[in-house]
Design a protein around this ligand. Structure first.
Ligand code: SAJ
Length: 432
């Protein structure tokens, strides 16, 4: 491995993972080229700014761009290490779509040289890293690829999944342990030396296939466990029991650790990745598939509950608290809160008021509706029905005296002291 100032790294994909990763590598002293197919993203980064919200990312990017250690381009250039961090969506039938990974690999092939290392970080179905290897072998027959030509490979290829939590990305990029899967042990060792430059967590090596499955397993584990909590929330409703109290009490058992129910699972990872396992082996994944269905079903259940509550109080304004996919972030991707608020806005029009401190304006989907964006104070003043969809701190901190007279559907359990059936004050009904 080259010493710090000489190492050239290209990061392909400047999204939620690629941009922070590129910036952290640049801070470690390497010369980083961020490559993205979107011109506007490249221009924003080159001006020292960021196109995504993430804690402390703006300061880091402006610093490394000002120092010249991070530059962005739509064009690839030769480098010593290539990191692929592009999206891996799935199609309507849940089949994973690795087209962007293969396109990135084909781009790298144009500048690849002996001695280079290619690392895939995108969440990928098992076998994708081998497909990258096979593609490179086809496009660059002049280079010996690993795993096909004994130990004599000219390039190293590895899979190392990102595992960072939105909102804590810069911390977790450094502190989390990394699983580094090589096509061969030698590939893993080369990638390991690269990650050791900027990762403080342990770096553990394995095969590419095991690393790919590990990433999918982590997110499927979380999905299954959230599904358990969501299923409990339905049973507890039927029984007339407070599910959050039950979970709190059950979790006092030394070997029980139940997650939190909510309005469904959002984000671009946990609601997506389990399908990669189901698609790969449908016969052996009834639990993982059912968990997905339970979590998606919870969103539909909340919509039905909210409709029943709103219809029971004709004319009363409704506040939907939150659109983000989880607390204290501005990310609305795959958000159940957004889906629920949209369904209610489409049905109840101007009775619906959205409170989302992380949005300057309502997202596009609302333009067809008469829903409005208001702040939490206006919601407290004007809405007798409150549907809590996101556990943002600003909602959690509303004291009981400001909401005691509200009818609340609290999908996140943020107001345990809320009276179950507060009366609706006539003053809060919409005129007419
Ligand atoms: N959620 C619940 N109940 C819970 C925990 C979460 O309903 O007890 C919901 C959240 O509200 C949200 C969704 O699940 O809608 C996902 O949120 P999250 O915080 O669990 O996870 P993400 O999607 O932000 O990030 C996950 C992380 N994976 C794991 O924790 C196993 C992160 O480490 C991964 O890097 C990321 O996916 C990814 O990129 O794969």
């Amino acid at each position: 491995m080259l010493s710090a100032p000489e190492l050239k790294v290209a990061v392909l994909g400047l999204g939620y993972i690629g941009l922070p990763t590129a910036a952290v590598i640049a801070r470690s002293g390497a010369q980083v080229l961020g490559v993205d197919v979107t011109r506007s993203v490249v221009d924003i980064v080159n001006s020292g700014k960021v196109h995504i919200e993430e804690v402390d990312l703006d300061g880091l990017v402006s610093g490394v761009v000002a120092r010249g250690t991070l530059t962005a381009s739509t064009e690839i250039a030769p480098a010593d290490v290539f990191v692929i961090a592009v999206p891996t969506p799935f199609a309507d039938d849940h089949a994973p779509d690795i087209r962007y990974v293969l396109e990135a690999a084909a781009t790298i092939a144009t500048v690849l040289k002996a001695g280079d290392t290619i690392i895939l970080e995108s969440t990928s179905p098992v076998g994708t890293t081998e497909q990258v290897r096979d593609l490179l072998a086809r496009l660059r027959p002049d280079l010996r690829v690993p795993g096909r030509t004994g130990d004599g490979a000219d390039v190293a290829i590895a899979y190392c999944p990102e595992r960072v939590l939105p909102g804590r990305i810069l911390v977790e990029l450094i502190d989390n342990d990394r699983v580094i899967g090589g096509i061969t042990p030698r590939c893993a060792r080369k990638a390991l030396a690269f990650y050791r430059r900027f990762v403080r967590g342990a770096c553990v090596t394995t095969t590419a296939r095991a690393a790919e499955m590990t990433k999918l397993t982590e997110n499927a584990f979380r999905d299954v466990n959230i599904a358990f909590a969501n299923e409990l929330s339905l049973v507890a409703d039927t029984m007339g029991v407070d599910v959050w109290e039950v979970i709190r009490l059950a979790n006092r058992h030394p070997r029980v650790n139940i997650l939190q129910p909510g309005p469904g699972v959002g984000g671009h990872c946990i609601a997506v990745d389990p399908w990669f396992l189901v698609h790969a082996d449908p016969d052996h994944t009834p639990l993982i598939r059912t968990a997905r269905e339970v979590n998606d079903g919870k969103t539909a259940h909340v919509v039905a509950q909210a409709i029943a509550l709103i219809e029971s109080l004709p004319g009363v304004p409704v506040a939907c608290l939150g659109l983000a996919f989880k607390a204290n972030i501005d990310d609305f991707r795959e958000s159940p809160a957004l889906r629920i608020a949209l369904a209610l806005a489409a049905r109840f029009g101007n009775r619906v008021r959205i409170v989302e401190p992380y949005a300057a304006a309502l997202p596009n989907g609302f333009t067809e509706t008469a829903a409005t964006l208001i702040d939490i104070d206006a919601a407290i003043a004007s809405c007798a029905i409150m549907i809590v969809l996101v556990d943002h701190d600003v909602f959690r901190s509303v004291p009981l005296e400001e909401r005691a007279d509200k009818r609340v559907l609290d999908t996140r359990g943020i107001w345990p002291d809320q009276p179950r059936l507060a009366p609706v004050s006539a003053a809060l009904r919409l005129a007419g």
